[in-house]
Design a protein around this ligand. Structure first.
Ligand SMILES: NC(=O)c1ccc[n+]([C@@H]2O[C@H](COP(=O)([O-])OP(=O)(O)OC[C@H]3O[C@@H](n4cnc5c(N)ncnc54)[C@H](O)[C@@H]3O)[C@@H](O)[C@H]2O)c1
Length: 332
């Protein structure tokens, strides 16, 4: 049983703590929140001890790992500090905001020999696992192009000064909220990106940081990803991979915070569309338990570190492209 401290008890920390209560692999030893009054009722209901200092849990020998659910610009330094204290790290997305920072984070965990995991639960959803297996098996032929969308309207109710709407913490509007998950899956299909074009606009809401994002990613091994992420329309989620012998698409029924299942559609050349329904499974918990397996040496974490680096390298180029308005080369 991996004993963790969950750090940052806002929207996502409050999703993760109750999920971990159902786990036979992870226990929540403490939670860290800089604004403890905001979670007094929650902490009582969940029966968790709240501390206000991250440094305190890093010194605590009963805590073996941290689960970071904090604002984006804090992630890299918190990963580095945790690794230096010998704690395994599960970090919510994005792991870092720049390639230089993700390399710093990965170097720190490698030096310390601790596990590193990232909150891209989409990779752990059963239909996505099956889709990736099918594509990697080659039965659909060569992967040519990804088309993906992850849109939602949850941020319309946030206060204008919320960090998740700020240009510093969330450049490129919806990118760090939802687009990053699709970029991660696209890296899972094609590997390292070569160059990107991206445009973000404020078209349908009061979100001045931008509510509508369109991205074209071109990968080094060939292949494109067309990524759409919108914050001013109701939830939608789809990920499709087009190959030269057929295509496959996964559609989400609901946001991953409360999954209600998925529909997978597959079509081979000359065949008919085949549709398969998947019942709901908590992908967020599956990801956290894969992290526990890695930390306790039962199995390697299934997302390779070079893909974590490739994702953030492409992310940084997307941030640049939305500002420059031109195609940006991905570093690395
Ligand atoms: N995987 C997913 O699908 C998913 C979904 C939602 C959010 N997230 C990620 O979760 C993270 C948190 O997002 P959120 O929407 O929950 O934000 P939030 O603002 O609701 O919560 C952040 C919390 O962290 C606290 N905090 C800030 N600095 C802290 C520190 N140094 N130590 C302890 N607590 C600190 C804040 O007071 C706040 O309560 C982000 O990385 C976000 O991208 C992931």
């Amino acid at each position: 049983m991996l004993n963790v401290a969950v750090v940052g008890m806002g929207w996502w920390g409050k999703i993760i703590v109750p999920l971990l209560k159902t786990s036979s692999k992870i226990s929540v030893g403490k939670v860290v929140e800089v604004n403890p009054d905001s979670i007094a009722d929650f902490a009582r209901e969940q029966g968790v001890e709240v501390v206000t200092s991250y440094e305190e849990v890093l010194k605590d020998p009963s805590i073996q790992a941290v689960v970071l659910c904090t604002p984006h610009t804090q992630h890299t330094d918190q990963i580095v500090a945790a690794a230096a204290a010998g704690k395994h790290v599960f970090c919510e997305k994005p792991l870092s905001m720049t390639r230089a920072d993700v390399l710093r984070a990965v170097a720190a965990v490698e030096k310390a020999g601790v596990a590193l995991a990232v909150g891209h639960e989409r990779r752990f959803e059963p239909p996505i696992v099956e889709m990736m297996k099918i594509v990697k098996s080659g039965v659909l032929g060569k992967p040519l192009q990804v088309e993906a969308n992850f849109s939602q309207d949850k941020f319309l109710s946030l206060a204008a000064d919320n960090w998740r709407l700020s240009g510093k913490e969330a450049p490129a509007g919806p990118m760090t909220a939802t687009g990053i998950h699709l970029l991660d899956l696209s890296v899972g299909v094609f590997g390292e990106a070569d160059h990107v074009y991206a445009s973000v606009k404020q078209l349908g809401s009061h979100l001045v940081n931008g509510d509508t994002l369109a991205i074209l990613v071109s990968f080094r091994n060939g292949g494109h990803a067309l990524i759409s992420a919108i914050l001013a329309t109701p939830f939608d989620g789809r990920f499709a991979i087009y190959c030269n012998e057929g295509w496959i698409e996964v559609r989400d029924k609901t946001h991953p915070e409360a999954p209600e299942g998925w529909t997978m559609t597959q079509c081979f050349r000359g065949g008919r569309r085949e549709v398969k329904e998947f019942p709901p499974v908590p992908g967020v918990l599956a990801n956290l338990e894969a992290f526990a397996d890695a930390a306790e040496g039962r199995a390697p974490y299934p997302v390779p570190r070079d893909q974590m680096v490739a994702n953030i390298s492409a992310l940084e180029a997307i941030f640049k492209a939305t500002k420059s308005g031109v195609v940006e080369k991905v570093e690395g």
